[in-house]
Write a protein that binds this ligand. Structure first.
Ligand SMILES: *Cc1c(COP(=O)(O)O)cnc(C)c1O
Length: 374
């Protein structure tokens, strides 16, 4: 049996080596390392794949989130609502820009931001909502967009874990993660569902004016060289990463299918175990399984993790501390107990190995090890 990894990037590379190597070599041959044609081509291909009107590749997912908030012209003191159960980047950029992060609780089943909690957190200072499509499944976008419309708020989707996930609106319209709010953000960090071999990210928008402003902000706020219309940043996807992503994008649907097949085998094995709950599913979004995350409700989560690790099976806790209990984000507005679902999740979640190369032998080995650890 191949060694089990949380994410197996080597085996995936071996399958796609021919195209990836050729893409990288083409960049080196032309030495167009920055702003090469590969970046434009990949952006166009991703536009076709996602259905977004504009795709703006940038340096990473965190930059994408920051640039999104800058492009919306938010001002210090403006409140931005985010879930407290997420990766730190979502709230970090809010704080960095001098905006006020307002964190809210999540739903126990989908682990995504609670629409009821957003509703209660809206104040006259609220300017934006940043839902996170956590672990690969879209938050309840129809309700969030409706709420945003009622209160005149922007919606920036953190789709860093959910590229390719599809959301169905009540009128039957289907849209992809990242293409529903004013702006969507994604990450191409190597372990993400569409990962490059370094850092990368992108913004999505259907708004022409916002797209132009985003392009400008990502390039030092300049449209005409050395004329700076905005205070910007330097954030770009480099050509080698774009070439790698362009070689991988045609396989994204097949990557998603492989992840779903692994998830189905886990589901089947754990569905009737009283010790754990399988990931709850949204009725309106597909799941692309960036993570397969169990909730351990009838056993000791940390003991299971330690037993798996001792058999060379990686398992991870995403995320052990919700934002409102993080040292750097201490705030007199929040205390332990304020967001009970997020706090309970942090104490019980356990993510199992999930990637495109898991075979049944590996999956069954992981499943047996989890069951034996109860
Ligand atoms: C990965 C991730 C980010 C940040 O992406 P980077 O490319 O690592 O900067 C932001 N939000 C979420 C939810 C993520 O999973």
């Amino acid at each position: 049996m191949r060694k089990i990894q949380m994410v197996d990037l080597q085996s995936q590379y071996q399958r796609l080596k021919h195209d990836i190597d050729a893409g990288i070599q083409a960049v080196i041959d032309t030495a167009a390392f920055v702003k090469g044609p590969q970046v434009t081509t990949f952006g166009e291909h991703l536009q076709t794949y996602t259905g977004a009107k504009h795709v703006i590749p940038v340096g990473n997912g965190t930059d994408a989130l920051q640039i999104a908030l800058m492009a919306l012209g938010l001002k210090p003191g403006d409140e931005v609502i985010t879930p407290t159960f997420t990766f730190i980047a979502t709230a970090e950029v809010v704080a960095l820009l001098g905006l006020t992060p307002v964190v809210v609780d999540v739903d126990w089943e989908t682990m995504n931001i609670s629409v009821e909690a957003i509703r209660k957190a809206i104040t006259p200072k609220t300017k934006a909502i940043v839902p996170v499509h956590l672990f690969g499944q879209c938050a309840d976008m129809e309700a969030i967009l409706q709420l945003a419309k009622e209160h005149n708020l922007f919606v920036v989707e953190d789709a860093c874990q959910a590229i390719g996930a599809q959301y169905t609106f009540s009128d039957g319209t289907v849209k992809q993660a990242g293409t529903m709010g004013e702006i969507g953000c994604t990450s191409f960090f190597p372990s993400k569902n569409l990962g490059c071999y370094g850092d990368g990210g992108a913004l999505f928008t259907n708004d022409d004016e916002l797209a132009a402003k985003i392009v400008c902000i990502a390039n030092h706020g300049m449209q005409v060289r050395y004329h700076h219309d905005y205070i910007g940043v330097n954030s770009r996807l480099d050509s080698i990463q774009a070439a790698i992503l362009d070689a991988k994008l045609p396989h994204l649907d097949e990557f998603i299918s492989a992840r779903r097949a692994a998830a189905a085998r886990y589901d089947e094995a754990f569905r009737d175990c009283p010790q754990v709950l399988i990931p709850g599913r949204s009725k309106v979004s597909t799941h692309v399984f960036h993570q397969y995350t169990l909730r351990v409700v009838g056993a000791n989560r940390d003991e299971i993790k330690a037993k798996l690790n001792s058999q060379d099976i990686p398992a991870m806790i995403y995320y052990p501390i919700p934002l409102h209990l993080q040292k750097a984000y201490q705030d007199p507005r929040y205390k332990e107990g304020d967001f009970p679902v997020a706090e309970r999740l942090s104490a019980c979640v356990l993510s199992l190995p999930m990637h495109t190369e898991l075979d049944n032998e590996q999956l069954d080995f992981i499943i047996s090890a989890v069951k034996e650890s109860f």
